[in-house]
Design a protein around this ligand. Structure first.
Ligand code: 5AD
Ligand code: SF4
Length: 450
């Protein structure tokens, strides 16, 4: 046991958020105490992302700052975890000798043992094909990295890695081959979360639609599709809301789409990354679907669930993207009318196929395209948000402090309340009448109040 303090700084996606939570739980179980003060920490973990060059640069510059902390406090242990750790391995310690430990994505469950057996430097970044996510320890104390008391809303990792090898993407190299967790472990973990007060679960994987097609070696084949898994999780007593992310359109089955009509607690919200509206670019990206197939899926989803809030990811300036290709992305945006989107300038990543493509797009053109896409998306998103004004919608309260009440709509919008309810606690679902729409959030009041 230890009474040392730790600080985890998380970059990147929700997989990393969940991994940070797990590392935090494991450290807390070992007696570590969390701190938010860099100066007070005995152990600092950076859980890193390498999806784009910018994400990696952020980590490197923070490591530069930490070098000074280490000079003041030579006993400070600096650990780099996550995707940059996986990708750089030994090289990270060569470039940053003040880093004590490099922990790859498949080794986070061993964080305590690794720290306890730390010599001068350690590197644990082996990626193995027969990787399995350990069965979760059910009664582990709930831990919230960052101190946000969000115990009613949690992520649950159902699979790791990715086999798709989109030509721009580093994930198969940083998270390894796709592995599905067993249904029994997922259900067990969901039950334990709910027992601990969780009301909303988001099932997480790089490509949840292919759940069950790739199995962990520790269990026989998973006899469940993702749709069947959703139905099984939805049946657990006490769960109020269910979400999932992320989906690859090529694997999106009709059975899964029909769940939106069938499962009451499945929130009407879907993140369906398109990446580009041009078939030529989709082929070069190795996405294995066409614009037409994508649009068919969108139509089907809206048939099952007309109010569904659709979001997407878009990359602009992929190698070889012409003006006409980009116009295809703009016209797809007009056709689909997303509630929101995450859009990025293409960035070369080491080891990916597109890094070697020759016809790279000029940075200035990428920036212009990104700005144009985002401007139009903002207009569409705001128009959607304005459409909620005057409607009464269910909102799950996230925080209710003496002067501030904030909740989340089923569509994932944050709802700020203009009046307060003293008998409402975080995790309750209440009806709210939307009074005002902003670009990224809504404002609401309790029904019947003026
Ligand atoms: N360059 C730019 N954006 C990327 N993404 C993934 N790889 C790259 C890259 N090399 C984006 C995709 C993905 C999201 C998580 O990040 O849009 O869906
Ligand atoms: Fe970033 Fe991808 Fe790793 Fe998530 S899985 S942290 S998005 S590189």
């Amino acid at each position: 046991m230890s009474n040392k303090s730790f600080l985890i700084k998380t970059f990147g996606c929700q997989m990393n958020d969940r991994d940070s939570e797990i590392m935090g739980q494991l450290l807390s179980e070992d007696g570590y105490i969390e701190t938010s003060e860099t100066d007070q920490a005995d152990l600092i973990i950076l859980n890193t992302c390498s999806i784009r060059a910018k994400a990696e640069q952020k980590v490197m510059s923070l490591l530069g700052v930490l070098r000074k902390h280490k000079k003041r406090n030579p006993k400070l242990i600096i650990c780099v975890a996550g995707c940059v750790a996986q990708q750089e391995g030994q090289e990270l310690i060569r470039r940053m000798p003040h880093v004590n430990l490099v922990v790859g994505t498949q080794n986070i469950y061993h964080i305590v043992q690794l720290i306890n057996s730390l010599g001068k430097h350690e590197v644990a970044t082996t990626l193995v094909d027969n990787y399995s996510i350990p069965a979760f320890i059910p009664n582990l104390k709930q831990h919230n990295v960052g101190g946000e008391p969000e115990i009613f809303r949690k992520f649950l990792t159902i699979m790791q890695g990715c086999n798709n090898y989109c030509s721009y993407c580093v994930v198969p190299f940083t998270r390894g081959r796709e592995v599905s967790r067993s249904v029994s472990h997922i259900i067990e973990e969901a039950k334990s979360l709910i027992k601990g007060g969780v009301k909303e679960i988001t099932l997480l994987g790089q490509n949840v639609n292919s759940y069950g097609q790739t199995n962990s070696v520790t269990e026989p084949a998973v006899p469940y599709s993702f749709a069947e898994l959703l139905r099984a999780v939805a049946k657990i007593d006490g769960l109020k809301r269910l979400r999932f992310t992320t989906s690859n359109p090529k694997d999106l089955s009709d059975d899964l789409m029909s769940c939106f009509a069938e499962i009451d607690i499945l929130c009407p919200q879907f993140h369906l990354p398109v990446q580009s509206g041009s078939n030529a670019i989709l082929t070069a990206m190795h996405r294995r679907y066409t614009r037409e197939l994508y649009l068919e899926k969108v139509t089907a989803l809206r048939k099952y669930c007309p109010e569904i809030a659709l979001t997407t990811d878009v990359i602009v300036g992929f190698p070889g993207e012409t003006d006409a290709d980009f116009e295809d992305t703009m016209s797809l945006l007009e056709e689909v009318q997303y509630h929101g989107s995450y859009s990025f300038k293409y960035s070369d990543r080491p080891g990916t196929r597109s890094a070697d493509f020759e016809n790279k797009v000029d940075e200035k053109i990428k920036s212009e395209r990104l700005a144009r896409f985002q401007k139009r998306q903002d207009e569409i998103g705001l128009a959607y948000n304005r459409g909620y004004v005057g409607k009464t919608i269910p909102v799950m309260i996230e925080r209710n402090e003496f002067d501030k009440m904030v909740g989340r709509a089923e569509t994932n919008h944050l709802v700020h309340f203009t009046d307060l309810s003293s008998c409402t606690v975080a995790g309750d679902i209440i009806d709210a009448t939307v009074t005002h729409a902003g670009q990224h959030s809504l404002q609401g009041k309790l029904p019947g109040k003026d």
